[in-house]
Ligand binder design. Structure first.
Ligand code: TYM
Length: 330
């Protein structure tokens, strides 16, 4: 059976980008595949969070995963740092990962520019750790948003390289996989930037109260309005339509699209509708987040059971890897 795996860094709450770019796919895929979904807390160390920060954030994402519909009976849900086998594979992969190719990764270059005082080796080898996450379960399909394309290319490269070096077919080449369309989707920010993201500070979170969502949407950047019939939408306006396409009905989308095309669109009306549709789409999740977040015992037992299942699968791969590399297996 094909293996599906994906993860999210616990550096805050889940936002609409995480949800529509990744988690909605997780929820559907768990019905048909053997799935592993984890919380990438090692990855979050690149920005040096405090111990309290790490602990709280992992708990937060776990309750949000569950609130979105991830089911521990169907999927293996675990915290990355509970599975030490991943680090051993990370070490092996790092031995065949080269400075030049790691330095060329766009997200490394961006991070290095943003945090010039903290260009650490973990940041450089982020793609190797991500590859280890994926390859440790010999995953075939990885549901991620469009922004992860380059990391996925690296994971495939490391899998191929290992297989070639040792003349084995141990690792399948993991494929990006999105139910939202070829190559995944990108949820835009409301500040006119291309992408909704935690570090961009432009997110609508699943746990945001309706009043907060309304305020954020009403503040979305727009322009002077449509100037010519049937004209192409500038990026800031296209962003609003992309969100509308995701959360609203087709009729609503078509209604506002027509208004754009005949130059009668009032952005205030569109934003009001968009805010209400986001609230409607996230309402049940918001309620469930509160329920799960308060149930520490349940969260702990789910994380513990998930870690056991994940370690079993990881240990089986690692045994093969060690044998392949030439280490004695007792
Ligand atoms: P992270 O935590 O930045 O994001 C988690 C998931 O959410 C998707 N996503 C988006 N999708 C569409 N539009 C957006 N605006 C948007 N913002 C975020 C991301 O594509 C991702 O699928 N490196 C990963 C975490 C990771 C991982 C892995 C993923 C670590 N190891 C192994 C898959 C497999 C990351 O930082 O995602």
């Amino acid at each position: 059976m094909e293996i599906v795996l994906s993860g999210i860094r616990p550096t805050g709450n889940l936002h609409l980008g995480n949800y529509y770019g990744a988690v909605t796919s997780f929820v559907k895929l768990q019905e048909a595949y053997k799935c592993f979904f984890f919380i990438a807390d090692w990855h979050s160390l690149t920005t040096h969070p405090t111990p309290e920060n790490i602990q709280n954030s992992a708990r937060t994402i776990l309750s949000e995963y569950l609130a979105c519909g991830l089911d521990p009976e169907k999927s293996t849900i675990y915290v990355q740092s509970d599975v030490p086998e991943v680090i051993e594979l990370y070490l092996y992969l790092n031995m065949n990962a080269y400075l030049g190719e790691l330095e060329r990764v766009t997200s490394f270059k961006e991070k290095a520019r943003k945090q010039p005082d903290n260009v650490n080796a973990g940041l450089l080898t982020y793609p190797t750790l991500m590859a280890a996450d994926i390859l440790i379960h010999r995953s075939h399909k990885v549901p991620v948003g469009k922004d992860q394309e380059q990391n996925m290319e690296m994971a495939r490269k490391f899998a191929r390289r290992f297989n070639m070096m040792y003349n084995t077919d141990l690792f399948p080449e993991p494929q990006n996989f999105s139910l939202a369309g070829q190559g995944g989707i990108k949820i835009p920010g409301l500040d006119g930037s291309g992408k909704m993201g935690k570090s961009e500070g432009n997110c609508i979170y699943l746990c945001d109260e309706p009043s907060v969502i309304r305020k954020k949407v009403m503040k979305a950047v727009t322009d002077a309005g449509p100037q010519a019939m049937n004209s192409e939408k500038p990026e800031v306006i296209q962003n609003l339509f992309t969100l509308l396409d995701v959360v609203s009905t087709k009729d609503t989308y078509d209604y506002f699209n027509e208004k754009w095309n005949d130059c009668t669109l009032r952005y205030g009306d569109l934003k009001k509708q968009l805010a209400e549709d986001i609230i409607k789409a996230t309402d049940p999740i918001r309620e469930r987040i509160k329920e799960y977040a308060g149930n520490t015992d349940l969260l702990q037992s789910i994380a513990k059971a998930g870690a056991e299942k994940a370690r079993e699968s990881a240990a089986a791969t690692l045994k093969e890897v060690r044998k392949t590399i030439g280490f004695k297996v007792y």
